[in-house]
Design a protein around this ligand. Structure first.
Ligand SMILES: CC(C)(COP(=O)(O)OP(=O)(O)OC[C@H]1O[C@@H](n2cnc3c(N)ncnc32)[C@H](O)[C@@H]1OP(=O)(O)O)[C@@H](O)C(=O)NCCC(=O)NCCS
Length: 401
């Protein structure tokens, strides 16, 4: 079989690679007009191409970003996207070659972590990726979903016109900072490709901005979908970020108060956002999915482990196995003071994939142990591990890339 040759593409090859990735997702090649916007994001970071002989068979991109960790520190993250293999070149190890090379490149470029959104959940575990954050999809009927008077409030919500949103949203998002573990940086390139492009094409959804005592402090982006002949619509909330409870509640109050709305659907919300608790009728908010959000790969384990803050707890030794990046396989001593490799015997052992699920506090060690993903060598270690790794608020990413 022809060997897969993976290399970093030069700028002249990026558009062809983008079209290969789109083709794998059953999308048409980009038009010149679309490319003008997407190109900017595309050129912000390396693109890998996998060749079988002379022909480009598959691709993946690495976008430099940052990931918020428990404790409020942000670490560099290689966000990988645009992953796909030509339908007539699958089953030849192209994806495998791309994943391995992207990990090598991320390590070489000094990224402690890699993040991605996943289409095929079966594909990534073997390369050490695990579910790093989760999100909840909710549906509310505004006629039943009235907010309780005790829900905190201290601001006002206004609609922002599309042109003004081009400058305002990036500033607002950046101003929120690492307000939850799992939140990622959005570059100017991201905003241009993902938001400005929609505005310029006259296709931008509505933007509601919450203004609190210290200025703008949250936003919700939503689209109205008409399902039947009547005037009522479904509101699809596609992007919603706010840190302060008053801003979160203020935006929900606004969304639920819009007239002629049959249903409000928000696909990506933090798992600990207590929308039900805001309502007079608890059941007026229905969860219809608990999704995996950002998948994580710990690339430089000593750096990644030492970067986050830990809760109170006795020092713990975990043994980690990483078959793809064997340099990470070691025992690590973890305590509220930080983490470092150690020669001490492990109390718990787990794969680097399982550790990615516990890293931001999304899965507890107890839950992972209950499904055979953590081997317990010392019974006392399990509750201690959860005290160290547990994080509040719950990790959440909420950015499509
Ligand atoms: C899924 C996809 C990336 C696989 O590419 P590929 O080059 O055929 O993959 P490889 O040959 O390297 O195979 C990797 C392994 O994954 C398995 N695999 C391939 N496609 C799979 C799928 N859809 N679901 C589960 N496993 C799959 C292969 O059997 C192989 O396992 P093995 O080594 O145990 O035999 C490709 O079909 C594709 O581009 N699909 C559409 C876009 C997409 O899903 N991209 C991933 C984005 S998150």
């Amino acid at each position: 079989m022809t060997e897969v040759d993976v290399r970093v593409l030069d700028n002249s090859e990026r558009r062809a690679a983008h079209d290969v990735a789109r083709g794998a997702q059953h999308l048409a090649a980009v038009s010149d007009g679309e490319w003008a916007y997407v190109r900017d994001l595309h050129e912000h970071g390396p693109v890998l191409g996998a060749f079988l002989g002379e022909s480009l068979a598959g691709t993946v991109r690495l976008i430099p970003s940052g990931l918020a960790l428990p404790g409020g520190v942000t670490v560099p993250m290689a966000a990988t996207t645009g992953s796909g293999v030509r339908a007539d070149r699958t089953g030849r190890g192209v994806f495998t070659g791309l994943r391995r090379e992207s990990l090598r490149l991320a390590a070489e470029q000094g990224f402690p972590v890699m993040g991605n959104l996943v289409t095929g959940a079966m594909l990534y575990g073997r390369f050490g990726h695990g579910v790093g954050t989760r999100s909840r999809a909710v549906r509310l009927n505004p006629r039943e979903a009235r907010l309780r008077p005790e829900v905190p409030t201290d601001g006002d919500v206004r609609l922002v016109d599309p042109e003004a949103s081009i400058g305002l949203l990036p500033r607002l998002y950046e101003g929120l900072g690492p307000y939850r573990p799992g939140v990622m940086d959005r570059s100017a390139h991201w905003w241009r490709a993902k938001w400005e492009r929609l505005v310029r094409a006259g296709k931008s959804p509505s933007v509601a901005v919450h203004r609190g005592p210290d200025g703008d402090d949250g936003f919700a982006v939503y689209e109205a979908k008409r399902s039947g002949p009547g005037p009522r619509v479904t509101l699809m909330v596609t992007d919603f970020h706010a840190a302060r409870p008053e801003a979160v509640a203020g935006l929900w109050r606004f969304l639920l108060g819009i007239d002629l709305v049959e249903e409000v659907c928000a696909r990506r919300r933090p798992t600990d956002e207590l929308v039900e608790g805001m309502l007079v009728n608890w059941r007026a908010c229905r969860t219809h999915a608990l999704d995996d959000d950002l998948w994580l790969r710990l690339v430089d384990l000593p750096k990644a482990l030492d970067a986050r803050a830990y809760g109170d707890g006795d020092p713990l030794v975990v043994g980690v196995v990483d078959d793809v990046l064997p340099g990470n396989s070691a025992n690590y001593l973890i305590s509220p003071a930080g983490a470092a490799p150690t020669e001490e015997r492990p109390q718990l052992t787990l794969s680097v994939q399982a550790l990615a699920m516990a890293y931001l506090g999304t899965m507890s060690f107890a839950a992972l142990a209950s499904v055979g993903s953590v081997r317990v060598l010392d019974d006392k270690a399990l509750p201690g591990a959860d005290r160290l790794f547990g994080a509040r608020p719950a990790a959440f990413c909420g950015t499509l890339f």
